[in-house]
Design a protein around this ligand. Sequence first.
Ligand code: HEC
Length: 102
Amino acid sequence: MKRTIVGAVAFIFVAMMTVVAQAEVKGEQIFKQKCAMCHVVNGKGGKIGPELTKIASSMKEKNIRMQLENPKKRNPSTPMPSFNTLPKADLDALIGYLKTLK
Ligand code: HEC
């Protein structure tokens, strides 16, 4: 009985880690499609947008979300488009990926 419980807990743990890892991979894919042309990241900073390789250290999640949903709030003449039409799951995956950059 005890072993079954340990096994079940281990299984759930591994399953959860996989979900988290997949969300990060998805976030990275979305980033490459929609953000990298301005921001780059692993090739370091972009020409148009600022470098984001350490963004999670300098910006709170709340502010990152605000920047994605309404970039004009901070800078009315920003070239960065709003991503508030992105499905919530994609936005969350994207933010999950950005949170790994620190
Ligand atoms: C058309 C180019 C462009 C695209 C596409 C773009 N950005 Fe930006 N981004 C900018 C610019 C330029 C800034 C500089 C701040 C400003 O203009 O207000 C910025 C700022 C940011 C900031 C704040 C950085 C800081 O240090 O203050 C974050 C976070 C960010 N962008 C994330 C993203 C993400 C995530 C995506 C994709 C979903 C994205 N951006 C797409 C141009 C872009």
